[in-house]
Design a protein. Structure first.
Length: 156
């Protein structure tokens, strides 16, 4: 019940603030989704976050060519640097409530760490799956229509 009350308060907060609530959030809340915090559901995003996360998804997808040997190390280093730049832009431009911001930092920290690791040692291709995992965590925890749909658990 506390999670349901929190979800209701969040929806009312959006309505009072004049923010449009996405239809899926109105129709189907996930109060038991522990990964998205104590309040349940997925965190709202802002335009800056969505823009930079899309660019990061594009960069990580391009790094798939590097994993297969279809791209040189210099290009992989450039893409890793682009990921770092987009994370810095998210930090500078993104305006989220404190709980969403804290959850976002659990996602952007591994993005930054693994991009830096790839830049420092392009032979360290293990950083690429870790970048993908951070993006999967973002898709699971944040309501971004452009992000791949999160996989539903057996409970949902």
């Amino acid at each position: 019940l506390p999670a349901m009350r929190t979800a209701t308060v969040l929806l009312l907060s959006f309505a009072l603030a004049g923010i449009a609530v996405p239809a899926p959030a109105q129709e189907h809340a996930h109060p038991s989704r522990a990964a998205a915090g104590e309040q349940g559901g997925r965190y709202a995003t802002d335009a800056a976050l969505r823009k930079h996360m899309q660019a990061i998804r594009d960069d990580v997808a391009a790094l798939g060519h590097y994993e297969k040997g279809h791209m040189g190390a210099n290009e992989a280093v450039r893409l890793a640097g682009d990921i770092e730049s987009h994370v810095r832009a998210i930090i500078a431009e993104c305006k989220l409530p404190p709980d969403a911001d804290a959850a976002l930092h659990r996602i952007i920290a591994p993005l930054m760490q693994n991009a830096a690791a790839l830049k420092a040692d392009p032979a360290n291709r293990k950083a690429i799956p870790a970048l993908r995992q951070a993006l999967a965590d973002y898709a699971r925890d944040f309501d971004d229509p452009a992000a791949p749909a999160p996989r539903e658990s057996e409970e949902d």
